[in-house]
Design a protein around this ligand. Sequence first.
Ligand code: MG
Length: 269
Amino acid sequence: MPYLFDHFESVRELLSLTPLGLFTDIDGTISEIAPSPPEAGVSPVCRESLAILAGYLAVVVAVSGRPAAEARRMVGIDDLVYIGNHGYERWVGGSVELVPNAEEYPAKVEAVLDRLSSLICIEGVIFENKGPTASIHYRRCHDREAALRAINKAVAGLVRESGLRVSQGKMTVELRPPLEVSKWTAVRTLIAEHSLSGVIYLGDDVTDVDVFVALHHGALPFKGLGIGVVGEETITDVMLQADFTLNGVGDVERFLKRVAAEVAGRPAP
Ligand SMILES: [Mg+2]
């Protein structure tokens, strides 16, 4: 897909629409991927631009695979909306709301993780219990391919019993409930709530592709722009489905700064 800074007029066109919403993933988009989740931190340049944009746009949203409360802590801006656990959670007024029908899954996820941690004894594997979903990270393993094979083998048997779904992310295996919930369903809800005419979405991984694809469905009552943040670990679908690409968090810093400068001076919504 074309490089965004070669086509900034498309962004400018979208910025003329109101109400406008900006949605961004966190890890790999506004925060460099770290060896383990606690080591990651949001770029101060991105944080500053998002804080400015929150004052001018109808809504600015952080959409993450992390728990919503953790996303809120990491980004640290009061005026943003936080979607966590790939769409399963939303941070509302200081507490976390879970989507309907997901209540039974935190216990199932915990039970599966307990059994997995006894089945998978590989140095470097991190089991992250996020409530309604879980991530098993193998980035720190010496032999990542062998670790992934072992994780997939152990997961395959257990998820059949529990009914959980399995998907792959950047050096992670994700477990989640078998519900029709995704980053896109959360984004779609917010688009409707704010009656948005324009939508900008930035993301770097598999679960962001759902949003890129949905933004291209015909006959939508808004105009959407999907921006894929690419680097060494980028999967093909991010390249194929995004409208434009940016090269890593450094480019996202430049992009958000430029967008903040473009919208500053407009009357607040
Ligand atoms: Mg990401």
